[in-house]
Design a protein around this ligand. Structure first.
Ligand SMILES: [Zn+2]
Length: 260
């Protein structure tokens, strides 16, 4: 099989249901998509073609929080090569959260990347919160819902009882200071439950993009279904204690002392 071109990938994205002129938040693993003629930049070009110039493309560019965050310089951490190349492109904006930044390009980029509170990083007043408010779509390319940041928005909206603090370096009166930022952190493996919830309601389109499995859903449907499940069981996304998952155990331990 020959390597797909950017046009081939754009056609696959449109077939999956990416809306022209829409707002699209993408979590991706280029390793799962490749090979592609032109590499990850061709994937970015394909996403742009599928969206058309009047669409807005958003990607997570989170950082390790260990050094002072500079949106123009600090590399992303664990977000993949596509997101790392995307935020560096001319004309792409990057939000200023020291740990939970996002990059965006298109007519809604300034709105998506507007300043936000430090905590929670993925609450209603954050890039993912704005993608949700503006009825955007979420695309997972070669990654599962365990990487889907918008599920943290559902946790914030449902007021889950857990929150773990992480250090972040920020400038306070011109001096670098380490602040603790509370977030609904855990291993996120149980975010994968969302596949079944969306599939049984026909709210997730799936198909191949390059070699990757793609999942596409509306942010509104995703968050609404996750909030429904969290209302029934606020701990549904945490591994049970008997699984001895280190991160979820820390989240369980935070219940009762978590700050709202
Ligand atoms: Zn866990």
């Amino acid at each position: 099989m020959s390597e797909p071109s950017s046009d081939d990938l754009a056609a696959a994205l449109r077939a999956l249901g990416v809306r022209p002129s829409g707002l699209l938040l993408v979590h991706s693993s280029f390793k799962a998509v490749r090979p592609v003629q032109g590499g990850p930049l061709a994937l970015i070009a394909a996403l742009r073609k599928a969206l058309t110039p009047t669409g807005t493309l958003v990607m997570p560019t989170m950082t390790d929080g260990e050094s002072l965050f500079d949106p123009a310089r600090t590399p992303s951490f664990g977000m993949g090569i596509t997101a790392e190349l995307f935020w560096q492109k001319p004309g792409v904006l990057r939000s200023d959260h020291p740990g939970g930044s996002f990059a965006a390009e298109g007519p809604l980029a300034a709105q998506i990347c507007a300043p936000q509170p430090l905590s929670p990083p993925h609450g209603p007043d954050s890039p993912v919160g704005r993608v949700h408010a503006l009825s955007g779509q979420i695309l997972l390319l070669g990654v599962g819902h365990s990487e889907n940041t918008s599920l943290h928005l559902a946790e914030a909206l449902a007021h889950v009882p857990y929150a773990v603090e992480h250090p972040c370096v920020v400038l306070v009166d011109g001096v670098a200071r380490t602040l603790m930022i509370a977030e609904t952190d855990h291993c996120c493996e149980r975010f994968r439950l969302v596949d079944a919830w969306l599939r049984e309601r026909g709210l997730q389109q799936e198909g191949k993009v390059g070699r990757a499995h793609g999942r596409l859903c509306d942010a509104r449907s995703l968050v609404s279904i996750a909030c429904e499940q969290l209302t029934a069981d606020p701990l549904i996304f945490l591994c049970p204690l008997e699984d001895h998952c280190e991160q979820c155990t820390a989240a369980h331990a935070s219940i009762g002392r978590a700050q709202a």
